[in-house]
Design a protein. Structure first.
Length: 362
């Protein structure tokens, strides 16, 4: 089901780490991608018994998270606040601890924030903690500015499904790999992090089987089996198979993070043709003026499509890895449309002017 069964290797998010006990504590050392040419060498090197990891290098984000937690400002926070912030400080140290504090620019903060855009609440919490971390860097003289200032929080609300006109123009204007990414999200209904992980080896008799990356309540992951729509299969056949994964970088290597796809979508949405359709949808009152369309919105498109084709809430939930309650929430529009279609003949027979209400009023 897509899991990597190597001793001491753990997948955290979209990255691989080697776990070692150092001073009695689990320490995670970042590894190259499993299909990278350096993976075997690094795995063998780290597996050797004499490997010792030094403390965080001065001036890196990992070092800064440690120093920040020693500061009076940190110690003055409530226990609850510290507990909540530790989660994000650990995330920063794990995912980006190798970066230098002085090298961080606003553009990097945008990219790092957008990696969590599928969970905007988490992204906003991360941004808040990262801003505090950068303020500490200013305080101790590592920087003169806070690169997180001016980076806005993400809008928290429902992910809008993509209207048909928006889908059409985006598929027309997208580069081949971006187009395939959109089709993969649309036909699978999966989160962007799972879409970039999908492998050809996970397909059996037209069914894509894997374990979703995101953990549900109680820390449990969800196994899903997604029937591959013919449109998806056709789009896959248009591109050469350069990687074990369906989606890959220009070099042929698998995408290492969701950020690359997010950047591609932002560039696509900024194109004149897409902006023109967006403006037309607003003029027709099909969408609100501030509406934006994210990869996660395709998950709602997929949910509505399956419901419109007669699958019940439980069936859709099993395919998409959602609870029936979430399916009902995502599929409100589809349910209304399905009811209207099913009731069309009954609701349009007879003379509406001869209704009981009209007769009573006369």
């Amino acid at each position: 089901m897509g899991r990597l069964g190597l001793k001491n290797v753990k997948q955290i998010g979209e990255l691989l780490y080697f776990r070692r006990k150092i001073a009695g504590k689990d320490t995670y050392i970042r590894l190259p991608a499993v299909d990278h040419s350096d993976f075997s060498f690094e795995y063998a090197r780290l597996s050797a018994p004499d490997v010792v990891k030094a403390g965080p290098k001065h001036g890196t984000l990992e070092w800064l998270t440690v120093d920040y937690r020693k500061s009076p400002e940190w110690k003055a926070k409530s226990e609850r606040t510290r507990t909540n912030q530790i989660r994000y400080l650990d995330l920063i140290a794990t995912e980006d601890g190798h970066r230098t504090v002085t090298g961080v620019r606003p553009v990097h903060v945008f990219k790092l924030r957008d990696r969590l855009s599928d969970t905007p609440g988490k992204a906003n919490n991360w941004l808040s903690v990262f801003g505090s971390l950068m303020r500490h860097a200013v305080k101790i003289g590592l920087r003169d500015d806070n690169p997180a200032e001016g980076v806005p929080i993400l809008k928290i609300g429902e992910h809008d499904p993509w209207p048909a006109d928006m889908l059409r123009v985006c598929l027309e204007e997208a580069t081949p790999m971006t187009r395939l990414a959109i089709v993969t999200g649309l036909c699978s209904g999966q989160r962007i992090g799972d879409c970039i992980r999908m492998q050809y080896g996970w397909v059996t008799n037209g069914i894509m089987e894997f374990t979703q990356q995101k953990k549900r309540r109680g820390g449990v992951t969800k196994d899903v089996a997604v029937p591959m729509h013919p449109f998806w299969v056709e789009e896959l056949a248009k591109l050469p198979r350069k990687s074990v994964t369906l989606l890959y970088e220009r070099t042929g290597a698998p995408f290492q993070s969701t950020g690359a796809i997010q950047e591609r979508l932002r560039a696509l949405m900024a194109k004149d043709a897409v902006q023109s359709v967006h403006a037309d949808l607003i003029a027709r009152e099909m969408i609100s003026e501030g509406a934006t369309f994210t990869f996660h919105g395709l998950r709602k498109n997929a949910c509505c499509y399956l419901l419109e084709n007669g699958l019940n809430d439980s069936e859709v939930g099993e395919i998409l890895g959602m609870s029936p309650e979430m399916v009902r929430h995502y599929g409100k529009r589809a349910k209304a449309l399905t009811i209207a279609r099913n009731a069309f003949e009954r609701a349009t027979v007879g003379n509406v002017l001869n209704s009981t209400f009209a007769a009573h009023r006369s």
